[in-house]
Design a protein around this ligand. Structure first.
Ligand code: C2E
Ligand code: CA
Ligand code: CA
Ligand code: CA
Length: 283
């Protein structure tokens, strides 16, 4: 116990209270961070295995803390989810990523290049907001980003609560013209049957399976199966967490469509990403 009551009794200050206080403190810190503009987005390129070109970016949240420096999402996303603050933070990330994508998109189109896709993560908590589709429609209109350039990444957990409601929302989102990706595919507790009936466009193979490629035959079998499953269902397949040439070659041999990972580039700030585009960086 950190503090004793004025009268010296502390037994009715249950542990829960301290936890609740700690959460309130963190909630306050996250809320302030949002107000003060301490969140930034980094962008990690997604690369086509066919021609080796950058086809898009995934927007990844960072907290630029005045004392702690750059804080990775693993350290605050969970709390943001619990407190519900992931909803306004998520809207901020969506708006920022779409505004950035619009700028890059315009420059590329003016230059006669293929459009760039921007992938944005949506948490399950955001997915349960009844006005999510409207919010995304508003952001697309506000930023002028062509809807086809926005890809929303969802995890299998969004299908766990209310499947009927989830399917309805997916159709609403699809109707906006955006593409939908299942993130961390293969790690969630879910049935494969949803893939048949849900309007999904992309499977992202979780990096835990990619990690041991070329050393672990079980992971190889899983990766090859996911690629086959995706292609049989006419879905695009992206492997994440590609760190080595061996992994890359394995994925290329097995007809994976795109990769994302440190091998090509870490997530970088907008200026560095722009530099890669300008340099026409290829695999
Ligand atoms: P994720 O969506 O699976 O994002 C991919 C994570 O893998 C990123 O971690 C990325 O930096 C990392 N990564 C990429 N390539 C490699 C690689 O080759 N090797 C390894 N070891 N890691 C690689 P990051 O940026 O720390 O994000 C962690 C998680 O936080 C994300 O996992 C996502 O679930 C969540 N997150 C990030 N930004 C947002 C956001 O804007 N909204 C929501 N709801 N969640 C976010
Ligand atoms: Ca993701
Ligand atoms: Ca992922
Ligand atoms: Ca992951």
């Amino acid at each position: 116990a950190k503090k004793q009551g004025r009268n010296g009794f502390r037994f009715y200050q249950p542990v829960m209270n301290e936890e609740a206080l700690e959460r309130l403190r963190i909630e306050g810190a996250l809320r302030k961070a949002l107000e003060r503009g301490e969140f930034v987005l980094h962008y990690q390129p997604q690369v086509d295995l066919g021609d080796g070109a950058i086809t898009g970016a995934e927007a990844l949240l960072r907290w630029q803390h005045p004392e702690l420096g750059v804080v990775a999402p693993a350290r605050f996303i969970g709390l943001a989810e619990e407190t519900g603050l992931i909803v306004p933070i998520g809207v901020w990330a969506l708006r920022t990523a779409c505004a950035q994508a619009r700028v890059w998109h315009d420059a590329r189109v003016a230059d006669g290049q293929a459009p760039l896709r921007m992938a944005v993560n949506l948490s399950a908590r955001q997915f349960s907001q009844p006005d999510l589709a409207q919010c995304i429609a508003d952001v697309l209109e506000e930023t002028g980003l062509p809807p086809a350039c926005l890809e929303l990444e969802l995890t299998e957990s969004v299908f766990m609560d209310d499947v009927t409601q989830a399917v309805g929302l997916l159709h609403e989102l699809k109707a906006l013209g955006v593409t939908l990706a299942i993130d961390d595919f293969g790690t969630g507790y879910s049935s494969l049957s949803y893939l048949r009936s849900f309007p999904i466009d992309v499977l992202k193979i979780d990096r835990s399976f990619v990690n041991d490629l070329a050393t672990d035959t079980d992971d190889e079998a899983i990766v090859v199966s996911i690629i086959a499953l995706a292609h049989n269902l006419k879905l695009r397949v992206v492997a994440e967490g590609v760190e080595s040439r061996e992994q890359l070659e394995y994925l290329r041999r097995h007809d994976c469509d795109q990769i994302q990972g440190y091998y090509f580039s870490r997530p970088v700030g907008p200026l560095q990403f722009e530099q890669m585009l300008r340099d026409n960086k290829h695999l």
